[in-house]
Design a protein around this ligand. Sequence first.
Ligand SMILES: Nc1nc2c(c(=O)[nH]1)N[C@H]1C(S)=C(S)[C@@H](COP(=O)(O)O)O[C@H]1N2
Ligand SMILES: [Mo]
Length: 533
Amino acid sequence: MTDDDEKPRRPTGPLRLAASALAGVAGGFAAIAVAELVSAAVRPQAGPVVAVGGAAIDRTPAAVKDWAVRNFGTADKLVLQLGILAVLALFSMALGMAVLRFRRTGAACVLVFGAVGALAAATRPDTGGFTDTLPSLVGAGTGAVLLYVLAGRLQRRHPATPATAGEPEADWDRRGFVVLASAAALASTGAGALGRSLNGASGHGAVASRDRLVLPAPTSPAAPVPRGAGLRIPGVVPFITPNSDFYRVDTALVVPKVDAGAWRLRVHGKGVTRPRTLSFDDLLRRELVERDITLTCVSNEVGGPYVGNARWIGVRLADLLAECGVRPPSRGGPADQLVARSVDAMTIGSPVEDVMDGRDALLAVGMNGEPLPFEHGFPVRMVVPGLYGFVSACKWIRDIELTTFDAYDPYWVRRGWARRAPVRTESRIDTPKPFARPKAGTVMVAGVAWAQHRGIDKVEVRVDDGPWQEARLAAEDTADTWRQWSFPWGATKGGHTLTVRATDRTGRTQTGKRARTIPDGAGGWHSVVVTVE
Ligand SMILES: Nc1nc2c(c(=O)[nH]1)N[C@H]1C(S)=C(S)[C@@H](COP(=O)(O)O)O[C@H]1N2
Ligand SMILES: [Mo]
């Protein structure tokens, strides 16, 4: 359909073509900006970029997601959203150029993008329902109208106005276009910025509930970290990872802000003879324990950074489950899988046997002396020593269902990861860094090793193809924490490869067999190449 036939056809000047592309971008920008503003009135998760991004994350093949986590780390989310915006910008330009010929149809196409955003928002697993479609719909409507109006300024005048004062006047309303486009860009910027700041300030009830929170002293405090557990060797990570440096891996494009006062945890399912719903105060009234536990992500490559050690405060999950009537399979319980659900609809499945075998599986409320940071699961998350995060560490938890591994596959399992995933014994060289150029003489090689809930008994270092030599182990905090190690190396000039391996308390030594992170964790030895000068 040609809305506005140009008779006779004249070639489109480059300026008019550029202006039309600009009109498209202005329409797209207005749509996104208005959507952002409307999402502040609905909920931040309802915005089209977040909704489409979330849908993309859920549909991304495990290998690609794992690649993204490994290469962009926590910035993977930013990269994804910038990618979506870049794609939108390209389509907007194309639509802008299309309105030169197809004014109504081109502008109406903006609505198709709105529909995609609305559909994504309405079908997110944590969707707020119909209202979640409003940001996309209102935004797209605004963008479509703007594009249509801007296209009007690009229309050819019939006949072309004669040139005045020697300057050939354009055959379209340049001045009108510039004024309108600038005004729209300004208004969009204002709407977008307002929406952003309102979204940023959203959840103030949750923020206030966290600010107000004073965690009771634990009835079972952790023993002080033994002296010497943290080597003060430059380049080696601190023994306790500060919250601000703690790795973050999750699928949430907008960090959920949950008001502790309104938070509830439901415990139900197979073999739960006394189902319960607990409030945050119910949790705080229970016995609180404090434990040092090292958390690891299954996407951590050999030598990678997705491992951190914190001092957690929480309630013992096994006690709570027992009160609800849950028995582990070894004592005849019918459920072998505990599925934790979060407010953002993540599902994480852990073996009931592991959670109830006496280890310090926690419903954690505190991390390193403060309430959980929002990024790490405020108000409550799970932490289970010895299991990778994707099978244990549900953040923003709201529901615990007892079921079986046969009956239910949680989020990551549906995407190709293992049903059961105990943490592999691992070791990492923190110093020297790869391609460092240390001076000949004694060079301190040092790092960390972990085999949560088994403990580290030995770390060995190999120089080039030489023999394995035992490293010095730093003091052990607990079997649930990582352990630092050091090895004074008599470095000789030239290029060298340093390799490390650990042995856990079950006597198993890390093998050099490489394994990818999918499905149950990377395997192989970490090595670092240096040039001694
Ligand atoms: N709600 C929710 N909980 C989650 C995840 C998630 O995507 N959503 N990711 C899990 C994974 S894969 C890991 S490794 C840990 C990471 O916890 P952290 O971000 O506090 O380090 O959280 C786990 N809990
Ligand atoms: Mo993870």
